[in-house]
Ligand binder design. Structure first.
Ligand code: GDD
Ligand code: MG
Length: 338
C-alpha cells in the first residue's frame, strides 16, 4: 500500500517561518512534523511525498535520516487533488492520502480496516471542532456514510461540527475523478462529485487528539500536547539554559540568559536570548538574537532576525528581509471564505 503525503503548500498562514522552511519541515520538539506522520504509518506502507515549495529540504532530511520515501516534485502547485493525480503511476491499489500539517492519534491500521469492512470507495478521517468554517465539513449518517462534504462553509451553512481530519483511504479508481495536469482541489471538486455520483463515501471518527498545525496558535498547542509526556518542556541536550523554561521546546545550540522566562513557546536552533527577557506564546526561528530585557508576547520571529535590548513587542510577525522568490502574497488553494 502507498501513502501520498501532501507536502506542497506554501504554508502562508505560518509565515515568516515558512519563508525559509517547507511547512512539513517545521519542527515539533525539534523534529520535522512530517516525521511524526511517517512514523505513525503501518510497516510496509510506501511513502510518496507530493512536494513543490522547498522540496529539496525534504529530500535532504530523508537522505540524512535514512527515511525511505519517493519525493515527487510538481511542476507547479496542482492543488490537493491534482497533486495526488500527479503521483498516480506510483499507486497500485487502495491507498492513503495525508495532509502533512496534522498531528493526531489516528490509528492507520484501524482506519484502513474500517475502509475495507465498509467496502468504501473513499473513507475520510473525521474530528469534531468548534471553528468549522476553517475546515471541510461533513453530513454524516448513522451508518458512517457521508451525505455531503462542503469545504470551509460559512458557519450557518455547516452541516455539522464534524470536519475532515486530513487523512483519506481511497480506491485506485477514485483517481479517475481527477483531471491530469490540472489544478484540482480534492475538497472542493473531487469529494463532492464522488458523493453526488452515489459512490460509498465513508467517515471514520476516532478518539485521542487531533491538531491542525497550520496556524501559529495551533502549532504551539501541538507542541504542548506532545510535551505532556516529557515533563512539559523539551530542551535539546546541547543548549545552555540559565533562565526558566515552561511548556516550551528549545532546539539545538541555544543560549537562554540568566533570569529569562520562556513560556508556551517554540525556539528553533542556534538562538541566543539575553538576560531578563520574557518570551510568551512565541515562535522564534533559527539563528535569532533576542536582547536583554526584551518582552515578546504572541510574536513570531523569522529566521536570523534580531530584537534589540529592551524592546517590548506584542502580536506581531517579525521579518525584515524581502519575501523569498515565488512566495505567494496571500493564501492559495482552499482559503477560508470571509
Ligand atoms: N503537493 C501539493 N500541492 N500539496 C498541497 C498543495 C499543492 O498544490 N496545496 C496544498 N497542499 C498540501 C498542504 O501542504 C497540506 O499538507 C495539505 O495539502 C492541505 O492543504 P492546506 O492548505 O493545509 O489546507 P487547509 O488546512 O486549509 O484545509 C485542509 O485541511 C483541513 C484539516 O486540517 C482541507 O483538507 C480541509 O478539508 C481539512 O478540514
Ligand atoms: Mg492545513
Amino acid at each position: 500500500m502507498q501513502a501520498v503525503i501532501l507536502a506542497g503548500g506554501f504554508g502562508t498562514r505560518l509565515a515568516p517561518l515558512t519563508y525559509t522552511k517547507a511547512k512539513p519541515m517545521l519542527p515539533l520538539l525539534n523534529k520535522p512534523m512530517i516525521s511524526y506522520l511517517i512514523e505513525a504509518l503501518p510497516e510496509g506502507v510506501e511513502v510518496i511525498v507530493a512536494a513543490n515549495y522547498k522540496n529539496e529540504q525534504l529530500q535532504k532530511y530523508f537522505d540524512e535520516n535514512g527515511i525511505n520515501a519517493i519525493i515527487v516534485k510538481e511542476p507547479k502547485p496542482l492543488g490537493t487533488g491534482g497533486a495526488v493525480k500527479n503521483v498516480e503511476k506510483y499507486i497500485n491499489g487502495t491507498f492513503l492520502v495525508l495532509n502533512s500539517d496534522i498531528i493526531s492519534s489516528l490509528n492507520f491500521r484501524k482506519f484502513i480496516q474500517y475502509h475495507m469492512k465498509k467496502k468504501a470507495f473513499v473513507t475520510i478521517s473525521l474530528w469534531p471542532v468548534k471553528n468549522v468554517e476553517e475546515y471541510g465539513v461533513v453530513d454524516l449518517q448513522k451508518d458512517g456514510r457521508i451525505k455531503k462534504f462542503v469545504e470551509k462553509p460559512p458557519r450557518h451553512e455547516a452541516p455539522s461540527n464534524l470536519i475532515n481530519a486530513g487523512a483519506y483511504c481511497m480506491e485506485l479508481e477514485s483517481l479517475d475523478y481527477i483531471k491530469p495536469n490540472s489544478f484540482v482541489s480534492m475538497e472542493m471538486e473531487v469529494f463532492p462529485k464522488i458523493i453526488e455520483d452515489g459512490k460509498p463515501f465513508y467517515g471514520y471518527t476516532f478518539d485521542g487528539y487531533w491538531i491542525d498545525v497550520g496556524r501559529h496558535s495551533s502549532y504551539i498547542e501541538a507542541t504542548k500536547i506532545l510535551l505532556k509526556n516529557k515533563n512539559k518542556k523539551y530542551v535539546a541536550g546541547d543548549s545552555k539554559i540559565e533562565g526558566k523554561v515552561k511548556e516550551s521546546s528549545i532546539g539545538d545550540r541555544c543560549i537562554i540568559g540568566k533570569d529569562s522566562m520562556i513560556k508556551s513557546s517554540i525556539i528553533y536552533n542556534d538562538c541566543v536570548i539575553g538576560e531578563n527577557a520574557v518570551i510568551e506564546n512565541c515562535i522564534i526561528a533559527d539563528g535569532c538574537k533576542i536582547g536583554n530585557e526584551v518582552k515578546l508576547r504572541n510574536v513570531v520571529v523569522g529566521e536570523g532576525e534580531e530584537i534589540k535590548d529592551g524592546e517590548e513587542i506584542e502580536n506581531e510577525k517579525i521579518w525584515t528581509k524581502p519575501l523569498p522568490k515565488g512566495y505567494p502574497e496571500k493564501q492559495i488553494g482552499n482559503p477560508v471564505r470571509r
